[in-house]
Structure formats: structure tokens, C-alpha cells
Design a protein around this ligand. Sequence first.
Ligand SMILES: CSCCC(=O)C(=O)COP(=O)(O)O
Ligand SMILES: [Mg+2]
Length: 206
Amino acid sequence: MVRAVLTDIEGTTSSIAFVTDTLFPYARARLADWIAAHPEAAPMLKDVPGDPVETLTRWIDEDRKETALKTLQGLIWAEGYADGTLKGHVYADAAETLRRWHADGIGLYVYSSGSVAAQKLIFGYSNAGDLTPLFSGYFDTTTGPKKEAESYRRIAAEIGLPVEDILFLSDSMPEIEAAREAGLKACLVDREAGEGDVASFAEIAL
Ligand SMILES: CSCCC(=O)C(=O)COP(=O)(O)O
Ligand SMILES: [Mg+2]
């Protein structure tokens, strides 16, 4: 039986448009000034090739899931959420279902390319209120790439449940395939074309 749910964010709990049309442009516009104002962040950028601002800007445009970029984005977004400029998007069906699963004692976890800090921000400052009390843990690319089965085995070990008791939700078929290869249950969420296993959280039966 499913005793924990591990959910992706972009395209799953939250709209792709919010990430690509709000979050990414917000970080892109503030990247150069933020780096100039935070010399203490230099060690985080040591593995970014070339001119960090140029490379990171290109990585944003290419939607690269590089850990250094994701960490930096999270730090930049934190200021926007704190001053009220940013409010995390969470679909109503996702917020409602996550609350119900939590009330039913299902363990809730997040696995996103966004940094753990960014995950806590989108749910902490969401349009559905502070949803962070619902979650028992957060995982990002520091655990491993989302398209590799080993990452899901690591996450299951950290959650402390058999893989077959964990349901992974994502809009990405390669991520779903990697989770299934690791033995997790997995459900493809396709909110756009409706060609996945479900089109909303309301359709998910645990
Ligand atoms: C945590 S909000 C920002 C999400 C993000 O930066 C990203 O790349 C989303 O990727 P996901 O793995 O959640 O589809
Ligand atoms: Mg996604």
C-alpha cells in the first residue's frame, strides 16, 4: 500500500508557466547584481565555466538543471518571496489533495530540480498558504539526477520505506521511468494534454 508520496513540482504541483515565466525571469534579471553583492557566494560558483553571469544566464535560458544554478536561483528568489513580489503557484487540486493525504497519515516528500531552499519557498509562500507543515522531507539534485533510478533508491532509503510503498508523481516521463526502474510506484501527471495517467491530483487513488 502507498505510505508515502514523493512529488515533483514544475508541471505537477505547480504550473510550468509560473516557473518559466515568473521565477526564471525574476532570477535572470537580478543575477549579475546579486553575484556582485554577494562575494561570499564565490565558492558556490567555482565550477561554473567561463564568465559566471554569462554562463548562468545561458543556463537559465536553456533550463539547465545544474545544482550551482538551482542553488543560486533559490537564494535570489528568497528575496522576492520575502518582500511579497513572488507568491508560489500551487494548483488547488494539489493543495487540497496534499492536505487530505497528510490528514490521512501519508508521508509527503518533494523531489525537484529546484533546490530544497526553493522548494520550501514555493510551498511556504504559496497561493494556498504555508504548505510546508505538510511535508516530511525535501530532495533535490544534490541527491542525484532525476532521470536516474539510483536517485530514487537513495530517496527511498532516506524515507525509510520499501520502494513499493512510495508513489512518485511527475510530469516527466523519463523521471517516471527512472522511478519505476527503482521499484517505486509512479504516476505521470499531464495537466496540459491529458495524455498522462492523470490530469490532476483529484484523480489519484492511493
Ligand atoms: C522549486 S520551484 C523552482 C523549480 C525549478 O527550478 C525547476 O527546475 C523545476 O524542476 P522540477 O524538477 O520541479 O520539474
Ligand atoms: Mg517537473
